[in-house]
Design a protein around this ligand. Structure first.
Ligand SMILES: C[S@@+](CC[C@H](N)C(=O)[O-])C[C@H]1O[C@@H](n2cnc3c(N)ncnc32)[C@H](O)[C@@H]1O
Length: 427
């Protein structure tokens, strides 16, 4: 394997070209080739089980299914979980599926002429599409919601329409957020009806391709849950390999990434909805998740103090520095709380992982370091050392790429070079 191929492991680039993986563009996703490489490296077979506590849109589980290996995946973001779950059902009756597409499309055309589409969404949605596409999208949404006697087919159609949204949006910023300043900055000549049908065709072709492989039976649990409590859903010492990519400590708000999609489907209507239903359930990795009033004790890292004095000292020094910078820096970002919350949360993930892994099992992560306000945090090193502190026998770090170049022109940004690594922890 060349270094160059490995450099893409932490990105979604390979997965965007692969059947089923490509059903939803998740920039936080990683490469299915990384999972395949690890399965090969550790010689896993039909009686092995692989787990991913931060499943995202299901790359690990979909890959395991293609390889005929059992899997358990856990995802705490309810909408992202639904995407993963939908990608894991591939036993469609192709005739039923193929006839549902024109049926729903015809109904959507009728509905789009009748519906009062001007008052059904929060303002963000109206800012992201042309009137013509809003009308078409409203018709499609209603027609799919009404298609309720075949839930799997409805989920399929719903995912096809979900992935159509970013194709036909006029908002130029795309992922991860729809930046308000960039509204309407892109010309779009694509029609929602046409793009929806094209997405459906692509997904049907993928299903036909996978069904033709006649994959051997394997068992897969996709769970809506919390990585920190993995050992409450998974029995002790049953997992051969954990492969994952956790949130990085880079102030990225996963809860907000799918705002356009969840507003569109009427799942959320406001920031407060998203906080209550998603943001509050995720590992702390962004200042938007910090509530200083309830996190005072967390800032002292009591869990880490209990497992290792030295790591605790290193971390609390970093946290104290970030606290001082908060007082004087622009934005007054609560990075100190974010860092403390992150490592306290990840400590629970490590303990949980240790419990579910078989003896000699491996916990393999794609992970990046970070530098809030320019203070370097060697996340992968601290995480490896914490792993040993909770009982793992050893760890190894392999750098796969450098990061951060694309922000180099931004004067607000630090100059600390960052990297992405594979961290392998041995039980
Ligand atoms: C880097 S992404 C993983 C992407 C995944 N490898 C893929 O290919 O789609 C990290 C994921 O962890 C999820 N997450 C954050 N906190 C979580 C928690 N406490 N339990 C489970 N999942 C969580 C986020 O919602 C996000 O989808």
């Amino acid at each position: 394997m060349t270094i160059q191929a490995k450099s893409e492991y932490g990105t979604f680039r390979d997965s965007l070209k692969a059947p089923v993986h490509r059903w939803f563009t998740y920039p936080a996703g990683y490469s299915h080739k990384f999972v395949e490489a690890k399965v090969r490296e550790y010689g896993l077979g039909w009686d092995s089980t692989i787990a991913d506590p931060f499943l995202g849109t299901g790359t690990t589980s979909v890959t395991a299914k293609m390889l005929g290996i059992n899997s358990v995946g856990i995802e705490a973001h309810s909408f992202v979980y639904w995407v993963a779950k939908t990608k894991m059902f591939l036993h469609y009756d192709i005739d039923e599926l193929v006839s549902a597409i024109p049926e729903v499309s015809a109904k959507a055309r009728d509905l789009s002429a009748q519906l009062d589409w001007e008052n059904i969404w929060p303002p963000l949605v109206y800012k992201c599409f042309t009137d013509d596409n809003l009308r078409q999208l409203a018709g499609l949404r209603q027609a799919i919601n009404d298609f309720d006697d075949q839930p799997h087919v409805r989920d399929f159609l719903k995912l096809a329409l979900t992935s159509t949204l970013r194709i036909v949006t006029t908002a130029g910023s795309g992922w991860p957020y729809i930046a308000p300043s960039k509204y309407q900055s892109k010309k779009v000549n694509r029609h929602a009806f046409d793009e929806f049908q094209a997405r459906c065709r692509l997904m049907v072709a993928d299903i036909q391709q996978v069904q033709a492989l006649d994959l051997p039976y394997s068992s897969h649990d996709v769970l809506s849950g919390d990585a920190r409590k993995m050992d409450s859903y998974v029995a002790d010492e049953t997992i051969d390999l954990i492969v994952t990519s956790p949130p990085y400590l880079n102030n990225y708000d996963y809860a907000d990434r799918t705002r356009l999609e969840t507003y569109f489907w009427g799942i959320h209507e406001s920031w407060a909805d998203i906080t209550r239903e998603v943001r509050d359930h995720l590992v702390v990795a962004a200042t938007t998740q910090v509530r200083m009033s309830t996190m005072n004790g967390v800032r002292e890292c009591p869990g880490i103090r209990e497992v290792d004095e030295r790591i605790h000292r290193t971390l609390t020094e970093i946290i104290a520095r970030l606290g001082e910078m908060r007082a004087v820096k622009k934005g007054r970002k609560t990075y100190d709380y974010m860092v403390a919350g992150y490592f306290e949360d990840m400590l629970q993930v490590l303990t949980s992982a240790w419990n579910v892994l078989k003896p000699d099992g491996r916990f393999v992560l794609v992970l990046g370091d970070s530098a809030p306000y320019g203070v370097h945090i060697p996340t992968e090193l601290i995480f490896g050392e914490l792993a040993v502190a909770v009982g793992f026998s050893s760890f190894e770090i392999e750098q796969i790429r450098t990061r951060g170049g694309k922000w180099g022109h931004n004067p607000q940004r630090h100059n600390t070079p960052l990297r992405e690594c594979i961290l392998t922890i041995v039980k």
